[in-house]
Design a protein around this ligand. Structure first.
Ligand code: RIB
Ligand code: CA
Length: 322
């Protein structure tokens, strides 16, 4: 029996790239996914929760508890799900079999609290959506926050600022107050932002080995086809950014990213800059440099890891190693 993986909880808003990130997280021994918690973002909470349950069932992981969290941001009421990007069902219209179980009776915050308190080792929180649940956890359970092994968030940007507006990345834009509180909390945060996730791309040809594959392969091909259609229509490219999978991969392979410890603030009030992560790249401000900001990525190594692991998932699931 190999050494157990790093204990993690994944907070997510599946979401096509979230789904592929979850597949990567469950593709090998590196991570011990103790729980999945869901948040509204790419789709509404009811949909992201159902998607998480169905994805775990597809991967043979009905054992992983799913805790539903926040549907709405902490303060804002004008954030709308990104249905144009991920489809009204959040997964590009693929039809996954229903899971044989529902969400855990505990909320996302209660579930993470219990997982962290029961763990002998520090638990790393990987946040792939708006940070509403994470901010709520830190506020409700400061003792739990102190026991986290760290927070790895997909979100924001240092030099590459926005994909939702010219100055804001979607996850931070969706709930800027939550992001601001998480970054100011003192819990060690690694920010995997657009500077690196924009380079973490796959193209349709990368997934050629999935054709003729099993249920996981069919699901991935369906999601990639939908996501590629969005990128072709909006950016004229068929190279899709695997934002969330890079955040997961960075925990599995820390060497993939180059980071600098910098001060990061979040603009919550600006009319043009709501959700902007203000990264003090030159250290000219007075803020403490406490956030590890990803500024470079080995994009080829990432893509190779992602494709190899996802292509192997049907065999892994059949073997019951899910
Ligand atoms: O900006 C990219 C992020 O927004 C990803 O997490 C994607 O899933 C969307 O939620
Ligand atoms: Ca996401």
């Amino acid at each position: 029996m190999g050494t157990p993986g790093l204990p993690v909880v994944i907070d997510t808003d599946p979401g096509i790239d979230d789904a592929i990130a979850l597949m990567l997280a469950l593709s090998g021994p590196e991570l011990d996914v103790r729980a999945v918690t869901t948040v509204g973002g790419n789709a509404g909470l009811e949909r992201t929760t159902e998607n998480a349950l169905r994805l775990l069932h597809l991967l043979g992981r009905d054992d992983v508890p799913v805790g539903a969290g926040a549907d709405q941001p902490l303060v804002r009421r004008d954030s709308l799900p990104a249905e144009s990007i991920h489809g009204t069902d959040g997964l590009g219209g693929i039809r996954l079999d229903p899971a044989p179980r529902g969400a855990d009776r505990r909320t996302a915050v209660e579930l993470v609290r219990d997982v962290v308190e029961a763990s002998a080792e520090p638990v790393t929180l990987i946040a792939l959506g708006p940070l509403t649940n994470v901010a709520a956890l830190l506020a409700a359970s400061p003792g739990v926050a102190a026991r986290l092994g760290g927070i790895v968030m997909m979100g924001g940007g240092a030099r590459v600022l926005g994909n939702m507006t010219p100055t804001a990345e979607f996850n931070v834009w969706y709930d800027p107050e939550a992001a601001s509180r998480v970054l100011a909390s003192g819990v060690p945060v690694t920010m995997v932002g657009l500077d690196v996730t924009r380079r973490a791309r796959t193209v349709p040809a990368d997934w050629a080995a999935l054709h003729g594959g099993g249920p996981v392969a069919r699901a991935v091909l369906g999601m990639v086809e939908f996501y590629t259609g969005f990128y072709r229509a909006t950016s004229g490219t068929d190279a899709i950014a695997q934002h969330d999978a890079l955040a997961v991969a960075s925990v599995m392979r820390p060497g993939l990213l180059t980071t600098r410890r910098l001060h990061v603030d979040v603009e919550c009030a600006g009319s043009l800059t709501r959700g902007m992560t203000v990264v003090d790249l030159d250290g000219v401000g007075a803020g403490d440099a406490r956030t590890e900001v990803a500024l470079d990525v080995d994009d080829r190594a990432f893509a190779e890891l992602l494709v190899e692991r996802v292509v192997g998932l049907d065999a892994r699931t059949r073997a019951g190693a899910g």
